[in-house]
Ligand binder design. Structure first.
Ligand code: ADP
Ligand code: MG
Length: 335
């Protein structure tokens, strides 16, 4: 859906040249979230802003749905792409409703349609439409402003969204809540999203695919599981961190693990009563800490209605990761 073909960006600063993006080729599928990950200055923002032509490309081409963006009208291109940045960029002298309605207004929608869309978007981002309609951005908390930023970017239902560290300035709890809300929204809207982050945990949580960059060069492009279990080089290995085995466990739930265990249900016959319990939808990193803190070395798995369905033990984690050799095993079939 979005294709980067040998894209480079050279900045001229004084008599010096900076190669901010260096021959990047990358394909992003429709309806997926690709996270651009890497340290500060590796070229993530530059790469993103070339997609909506806020920054001109030095070499190479970018295609959206097969169309070369250099052949499109930049104003129309920008209206068809949602853009969210860290500093939100809400217009301070406009009400929340006016802010969200900017692009629909530019597109000439009628009043009733714009109003309906405003209500819809506010519901989507979890804010009461009436309560905020006439308020101004400065009356809102950072988290609320960021929600408005996301709503505004989604207003005209663009197929593509560019998000540049949108939750980066929020404190960790609010950030995690917005990440989860964002995933819930994406489940319904299925946009093609380029999301910039320097935070490996955020990338793991949000990405269908991660693209890791170093000094403008693409180091690795793959699913979070592929990146964590098979870092391509030392740079990627260092960047994801020495606890990558543990991080990888956050990608899977108890349900994924017990689907690989034969006769898991039969384990309920064991007479091993204790209170260490995990729900089937708990992630495996959390589950591992429960199992490790249990004196018997195991924990009951319960379903959504708290019915005990089987007993999980530490040994079962060998299905995901070989504790002795630290070799990681694929738990789900790569589709
Ligand atoms: P990131 O978003 O990953 O932090 P950027 O894309 O902002 O990285 O920057 C990549 C590199 O390009 C950095 O070395 C930065 O200093 C340089 N750079 C960015 N914008 C400009 C500019 N307008 N002029 C000159 N150099 C720039
Ligand atoms: Mg940046």
């Amino acid at each position: 859906m979005i294709e980067f073909k040998n894209v480079s960006k050279l900045y001229e600063s004084g008599n010096k040249q900076v190669k901010a993006v260096d021959n990047v080729s990358l394909h992003i599928e429709k309806g997926q979230i690709c996270v651009f990950l890497g340290p500060s200055g590796c070229g993530k923002t530059t790469l993103l802003r070339m997609v909506n032509r806020l920054i001109p490309i030095s070499n190479g081409s970018i295609f959206i749905d097969g169309k070369d963006i250099s052949k499109l009208n930049p104003i129309e291109l920008r209206r068809s792409i949602g853009y969210v940045i860290q500093q939100v960029g809400l217009f301070p002298n406009m009400t929340i409703e006016e802010n969200i309605s900017v692009v629909p207004n530019l597109l000439g929608w009628d009043r009733a349609k714009i109003k309906k869309r405003y209500n819809e978007l506010m519901e989507m981002v979890g804010l009461d439409p009436e309560e905020y309609r006439k308020r101004f951005p400065w009356e809102l908390s950072g988290g609320q402003q960021q929600r408005i930023g996301v709503a505004r970017a989604l207003a005209a239902d663009p197929p593509v969204m560019l998000m540049d560290e949108p939750f980066g300035a929020l404190d960790p709890l609010i950030r995690e809540r917005l990440q989860n809300e964002f995933l819930r929204i994406q489940e319904n809207v299925k946009k093609t999203i380029l999301f910039v982050s320097h935070d490996i945990d955020e990338a793991i949580r949000l990405a269908d695919k991660i693209a890791i960059f170093k000094s403008g060069q693409l180091m690795q492009h793959g699913t979070p599981d592929e990146i964590l279990s098979n870092p391509k080089n030392d740079f990627v290995r260092d960047f994801v961190g020495s606890d990558r085995e543990l991080k990888r466990l956050t990608l899977f739930t108890v349900k994924d693990l017990i689907s690989k265990i034969d006769h898991f249900q039969k384990r309920t016959t064991r007479n091993d009563y204790h209170d260490f319990v995990v729900k089937v939808n708990t992630d495996l990193r959390t589950t591992l800490s429960v199992v490790l803190s249990s004196p018997t070395g195991n924990a009951w798995v319960v379903d959504e209605k708290d019915r005990r369905i089987g007993l999980l033990s530490l040994d079962d984690f060998e299905i995901v990761t070989d504790i002795h050799t630290k070799k990681l095993k694929p738990i789900v079939n790569q589709g």
